[in-house]
Design a protein around this ligand. Structure first.
Ligand code: SF4
Ligand code: SF4
Length: 330
């Protein structure tokens, strides 16, 4: 974390001073409506911007025991949304059990997919499985052209993604009237902020339909966080100071008010608890006296916890803001 780590642990790091100026320090959660589960770092891809540092060579994967613990919490609390992420969470042996059981509790299950996994052997039946369980699909697609997509995610990824999107459309995902939701996630392919969500969504909708006959429900723009492989890229390319300055100078109090950690709890593959997926990648567990492991889950204390923040949080509060469901200021 060269260039960033010095500020962590300070009582008032730069981000917290910005929060203070907006009367939001200390940042507190306001309940839990999203229970996010990161099933691990195993992935069939190894993208350049990956904040998780995931890839085929990684072995960190949530055990059946931790999945049981997550289901125990979900059964008793019935949070409105379960948000499943990774890596490629589909590659976890307990993925389908988690999805189907949580869905049977009446919880809105959301799964994040890199798309390409859906056309690999052993996974081709997943679109139908997800449709049967009424799961919301959130799919990464950096752009509607192969050149930009493959540069960020690897050769052949665009073509495979289009094939997967067609498979999802064929079972009703993203098709008007089906009730099956398919959201796309756009993130910039360099050290800059995303364009306005509505404008880029319109471009994606027009181009994907015209060029590939693909439809989708909506699109989220996500700011690249200075974390994981993207941080490595910023460091190596000399872009870190400029990027951090851009994020900091675009600090938006309205976005800070709505950051996703205020209504989310994030469980890591080993059961540790975090305020969000980014804190997870930085090893910043829930702190300030609240439980930090799923086996000690305590809703009352966790839903009014103080959130652990650092300079990386400027990634969530720049411009229109950024969260797992895109811009936070519409
Ligand atoms: S960005 Fe997504 S698809 Fe790419 S390596 Fe990371 S987890 Fe895998
Ligand atoms: S990085 Fe995490 S803790 Fe920081 S503002 Fe964003 S969601 Fe909250």
């Amino acid at each position: 974390m060269e260039g960033l780590s010095g500020a962590y642990g300070d009582e008032r790091n730069p981000f917290e001073r910005s929060l203070g100026e907006s009367n939001l320090f200390p940042l507190m959660s306001e309940g839990i409506s999203v229970f996010q589960v990161n099933m691990g770092k195993v992935c069939n891809q190894a993208c350049r911007h990956c904040h998780v540092g995931a890839g085929p060579g990684r072995t960190e994967s949530m055990s059946g025991h931790i999945v049981d613990e997550c289901l125990k919490v979900l059964k008793s609390r019935r949070y409105p949304t379960l948000d499943i992420t990774g890596g490629a969470p589909e590659m976890n042996p307990d993925y389908r059990r988690l999805v189907a059981t949580a869905s049977s509790f009446g919880i809105n299950v959301k799964t994040r997919t890199n798309l390409t996994i859906l056309i690999e052997d052993g996974y081709r039946d997943l679109p139908a499985f997800l449709a049967r369980n009424d799961v919301e699909v959130v799919a990464s697609l950096p752009y509607f052209s192969s050149e930009t997509t493959d540069r960020q995610r690897g050769g052949g990824v665009f073509e495979a993604s289009i094939e997967s999107l067609r498979a999802l459309n064929s079972v009703g995902y993203g098709v008007e009237g089906s009730g099956l939701k398919l959201f796309l996630v756009y993130n910039p392919c360099g050290a800059f902020l995303p364009p306005p969500q509505r404008a880029i969504e319109a471009d994606f909708r027009k181009e994907l339909k015209k060029r590939h006959g693909v439809s989708f429900t909506g699109l989220f723009t996500i700011t690249n966080m200075p974390v994981g492989r993207f941080l490595d890229f910023l460091n190596v390319s000399g872009n870190l100071p400029g990027y951090m300055e851009r994020l900091k100078s675009s600090y938006n109090p309205a976005a800070a008010l709505n950051v996703m950690c205020r209504n989310t709890i994030s469980v890591a593959w080993d059961g540790s608890l975090y305020d969000c997926d980014f804190n997870q990648m930085l090893g910043l567990k829930c702190a300030f006296g609240v439980p930090d492991h799923i086996t000690e889950f305590d809703h009352e204390r966790l839903s009014v916890r103080r959130i652990v923040t650092g300079p990386h949080c400027y990634g969530c509060t720049a411009g229109a803001g950024s969260s797992c469901t895109g811009a936070v200021v519409k």
